[in-house]
Design a protein around this ligand. Structure first.
Ligand code: SF4
Length: 259
């Protein structure tokens, strides 16, 4: 089957990779202990429309809200894998209604039906790494290539792989600046911000899903369990490859990370 991937939404890049890397390295020092507002004010002024926010529509909806305070109408990238919970789609729609952002959907080259026809049904049950590569990693890589910097909801308390997350980082995998404004926030701080500012969050958070991805690959976790242990249960895989260059099941190769 010949497939043509959908075009990316971003404005393209103006700065070179060397210029972006220099910006990231200087900002990583300058904003090492910065608040979310401080770093996002800099990001909005520095990158403008070349900035995009990635959001999985869980509790990380606070990040588009934080960013839109400094950059109204900012692009918010949502990976439309075709396998989301209805609650996740509902959160996407509620966010678009409540916050001044432009939701842009990163679409895989193949629909679920086309993927089933080419690779067999329920690829996620047999080879989740390949399924994630086609439905998450390739689409977000394509989209990110049309921006200079991205903002994520990655937090240090997510899991051990994310414990060293900086507020600003050089994302070598995508050759762009990566900003993690809530890296140091606790879950309680995130939820308090959402409640205070009326930011919609995913209803599944209250039903035992602290980390929410595609429906077939996400289960609720018991109190005290690793928040990400409900992802790809039964596989060594713990990351989809967006924030860690995890090419082999359970083997982190470098450091990148949203959903
Ligand atoms: Fe496929 Fe599961 Fe990855 Fe979603 S999380 S892209 S369904 S393997």
């Amino acid at each position: 089957m010949t497939t043509i991937a959908p075009p990316a939404h971003g404005p393209g890049r103006v700065r070179s990779a060397d210029e972006l890397r220099a910006l990231a390295e200087e900002a990583a020092v300058r904003f090492a202990d910065a608040t979310a507002d401080e770093v996002l004010a800099w990001a909005a002024e520095t990158f403008g429309s070349h900035l995009v926010v990635a959001c999985s529509m869980a509790a990380d909806t606070v990040v588009p809200h934080l960013t839109a305070r400094h950059l109204p109408g900012v692009d918010v990238l949502f990976l439309q894998t075709g396998y989301h919970f209805p609650e996740t789609i509902g959160t996407r729609d509620a966010l678009a209604h409540a916050v001044d952002v432009r939701i842009v959907e990163a679409l895989p080259a193949l629909t679920v039906a086309e993927q089933d026809a080419e690779y067999g049904p329920r690829l996620h049950e047999r080879d989740p790494q390949s399924c994630c590569a086609m439905r998450k990693v390739e689409p977000i890589n394509r989209e990110l290539a049309s921006y200079e910097a991205w903002v994520t909801g990655v937090r240090r308390e997510d899991n051990a792989l994310r414990a060293g997350t900086g507020i600003v980082e050089w994302d070598a995998a995508h050759q762009m600046v990566k900003i993690n404004p809530v890296a140091a926030w606790s879950t309680d701080e995130v939820m308090a911000y959402a409640a205070t500012h009326g930011v919609p969050v995913n209803l599944l958070l209250d039903e035992g899903y602290p980390s929410i991805g595609c429906a077939p690959c996400t289960r609720p976790v018991a109190p005290g369990e690793d928040p990400r242990s409900g992802r790809w249960a039964g596989f060594a895989k713990t990351e989809c490859g967006l924030h860690t260059d995890q090419q082999d099941e359970g083997t982190p190769v470098t450091a990148i990370q949203t959903a």
